[in-house]
Design a protein. Structure first.
Length: 279
C-alpha cells in the first residue's frame, strides 16, 4: 500500500471517529436538555407528579401553595398544611445527627409546654439514644425520616422502601421500648406518587411542610433577624413548621420564637391530632 493511500485511509478513519463522537455528543446534549425541560415542567399546584416538594408564598400570614394540592395529597394520607381558619401550629424537627443543639430545643419546648414531632434517621438513633428517650419522656412524637436519608423517589422496590422504614421502627423500639409514630417525612422532600402509596400501605401519614427556612448549613447559619423575619413573618393558620434540630440558631431563638407565636394568638397541636382530624 502506497504512502498516499495510507494517509487517505488515516484521514478517513479520523473523519469517521469525529463524526461518531459528534453524534454521541449531540445525543448526550439532547438528553440533558430533555431532562432539564422535564424538571422545569413540574406543575405549580394540583398534581403529585413532582419529585421535589416546594412552596409558593403570597400575602404575609396566608397559607402558601404547595406543588401538590391538599386534596390530591390527601388521597395518599399525605399533608402539608392544616385548617386555614384556626391559628394552630404543628411544630416538627428533622433530626439527621446530633451536634449539641437538640437539648436547648427540648428545654424551650418543655418551658412552653409545646408538643413537637422529631423526624429521625438511623444515624441519629445510633448516636443519640438518650436524647431520643428524652423526646419520648417529654411527650413528643418521633417520626420516620428513613434509616439512610436516601432519595426515596429513586426507590421503586417496595421491599427496599419498607426496609428503610422498618429499620428505623425496629431500632427506635429497641431504644425506647415503644412504637414509632407512623409519621413519615421524605428526605429532602423528594417523593413520587408510588412512594406516597407505599408509605400509606405501611400505615404511614406523610407530612411535608408549609413553612421552613434555610437553617441546615452549619457554616452559614441564619442570623436571629433572618430567622425571625421568615418564621414570624410567614407563619399562618394550620402551619406545619419544619425546623432542623442541627441548627444553632434554632436552639438559640426557639424560646423567644415560641413566645412571639403565642403573643400572635397561636396554639400548638400534634401531628397525631392532625392525622385524626384528616380522616
Amino acid at each position: 500500500m502506497g504512502t498516499k493511500m495510507k494517509i487517505n485511509l488515516k484521514k478517513t478513519v479520523l473523519l469517521i471517529a469525529l463524526l461518531t463522537a459528534a453524534f454521541l455528543l449531540g445525543r448526550g446534549i439532547a438528553y440533558v436538555r430533555y431532562e432539564k425541560i422535564d424538571e422545569s415542567a413540574i406543575p405549580a399546584s394540583g398534581s403529585v407528579s413532582s419529585e421535589n416538594w416546594g412552596l409558593g408564598f403570597g400575602q404575609e400570614g396566608s397559607q402558601p401553595t404547595g406543588n401538590a394540592s391538599v386534596d390530591e395529597l390527601k388521597k395518599y394520607d399525605a399533608h402539608y398544611v392544616g385548617d386555614n381558619t384556626e391559628k394552630v401550629i404543628y411544630l416538627t424537627f428533622d433530626a439527621g445527627y446530633e451536634n449539641g443543639n437538640t437539648q436547648p430545643i427540648l428545654d424551650a419546648l418543655k418551658k412552653h409546654s409545646v408538643p413537637a414531632t422529631f423526624f429521625v434517621v438511623g444515624h441519629y438513633l445510633e448516636s443519640a439514644p438518650e436524647l431520643v428517650k428524652q423526646m419520648v419522656a417529654d411527650g413528643h412524637f418521633v417520626g420516620n425520616h428513613t434509616y439512610h436519608h436516601l432519595d426515596m423517589s429513586s426507590i421503586a422496590s417496595k421491599e427496599s422502601f419498607e426496609k428503610e422504614m422498618q429499620d428505623v421502627e425496629n431500632l427506635f423500639k429497641e431504644i425506647t421500648g415503644t412504637e414509632l409514630a407512623h409519621f413519615y417525612r421524605p428526605p429532602q422532600g423528594k417523593y413520587n406518587t408510588n412512594n406516597l402509596k407505599m408509605a400509606q400501605e405501611l400505615g404511614y401519614h406523610t407530612f411535608f411542610w408549609s413553612l421552613a427556612y434555610v437553617d441546615w448549613y452549619q457554616d452559614k447559619q441564619p442570623t436571629r433577624e433572618e430567622a425571625f423575619k421568615k418564621l414570624v413573618g410567614r407563619i399562618h393558620p394550620g402551619a406545619i413548621v419544619l425546623l432542623h434540630s442541627t441548627s444553632q440558631t434554632n436552639g438559640e431563638i426557639l424560646d423567644e420564637l415560641l413566645t412571639r407565636w403565642e403573643e400572635m394568638g397561636y396554639t400548638f397541636r400534634t401531628l397525631e391530632d392532625f392525622a385524626k382530624t384528616s380522616e
